[in-house]
Ligand binder design. Sequence first.
Ligand SMILES: NC(=O)c1ccc[n+]([C@@H]2O[C@H](COP(=O)([O-])OP(=O)(O)OC[C@H]3O[C@@H](n4cnc5c(N)ncnc54)[C@H](O)[C@@H]3O)[C@@H](O)[C@H]2O)c1
Length: 408
Amino acid sequence: MKDKKVGIIGAGGRGLGLARSIAYSNHNMRVASLCDKYEERAQESKESIERVFSEAGKPTKVRTYSDYKELIDNDDLDLIMITAPQFFHEEPFRYALKKGKRVFCEKPLAHSMEAIDNMYDAWTENNKKNAMVGFTRRYENTWRRAKEIIDKGWIGNVKMTLMRSVIHHPSYFHKWYSQVEYSGGVLNEKSAHHFDVLNWFSGAKPQMISAMGGRSVYTPQDAYPEWCNECDKNCEYRFSYNEDFKNQSQRQSPIYIKTAVNSKDEFLAKDKCVYAKDTNTIDHAIVNISYENGIKGQLFLSVFGYHTEDMETLEVVGDKGKLRLERVSGKIEVDYDYGREHMTIDARGKYHNDGTGHFGADIEIINAINGFVCNDIKPPANVYDGYIASRMSFLATESCKTNKVYEI
Ligand SMILES: NC(=O)c1ccc[n+]([C@@H]2O[C@H](COP(=O)([O-])OP(=O)(O)OC[C@H]3O[C@@H](n4cnc5c(N)ncnc54)[C@H](O)[C@@H]3O)[C@@H](O)[C@H]2O)c1
């Protein structure tokens, strides 16, 4: 069978990570083209992808572009993968759909209300076909298993959900994610995932949303230089190109070393000070949501947490029991029969700890892409899921400023 050809738009951390997953997948699929705004990065990414595919025993030649339209028009691609920053999802997404291409778009769908509205409309005009979204938890075994248990009725009718995420993510302040104009803020960059989980487990349309949140640890401070590389302070949140690159997986480090170190470009640098004054996103929030079916959901988020087994958990309370999922350990605890019975499940899938990315999700994303491209199999997350999660992110961010409750 002829290989399916993928073109990547935005060849940074995520683009390269997914390229690697394609290379090591069991599918006849290869990266044939890539587009990046920066020529030097496009060249490094091309070399990195060709090396990875060759190591995986599937040699490929990658064509590079700086104009996404040329990539979409030229190479007879079977899938366009959009892994650029979210402020640059809308343009290639709409163009690719218009040209009849299938699209995998990374979450969050986009950075602004206007952009998500436009993308949702474009997808609707396209009969709600040909696009999928990369909400990793929808592809992770632990979350899928928890959803199955709930759907089988073990805890009765779902009444309340709590998504808790206390994570170590100064990286949201070290790079372009820190600017709301580019990312839509942390409640979009990170918590689009969380809102999607709450929506998925609630199985209903979200109705109302309110939030409290702000910047309470990564606060603006005069005494720090703008870049970690120029700073001699003893700081918990320092980004060190040497240390952090050493700790990163092989798939990412070579690409950043040349183009990121000492760069002051907002899309290349990764070492902006977490205390920078021009950063405008938040570092913590509590968000309340009500659903049409009466379920009440809550998000509890802090990005100044630590690496612990319980750094991301989901708790679902039903009228006959409750379930608690721990993402890192892949453990699910279920209390059922009105709390008389208890079971603990090890729900890790076979790729959970193999370093392929997102507790096995990245491999399952490629499996889903293969089904979507070859057999038109419905993807686990679609454009509506992306649209509604980002809409909730923007309204919650607004509510942090206004203290108002918003209709979703
Ligand atoms: N599903 C997940 O869990 C997950 C994980 C990581 C990132 N992401 C998403 O993937 C996207 C990329 O994130 P990242 O961490 O790889 O960012 P990154 O900064 O590492 O890479 C982005 C790349 O896009 C390029 N770029 C910037 N503007 C461009 C433009 N106009 N045209 C073409 N290329 C352009 C940059 O040069 C860079 O190479 C974001 O939307 C992010 O939220 C999703």
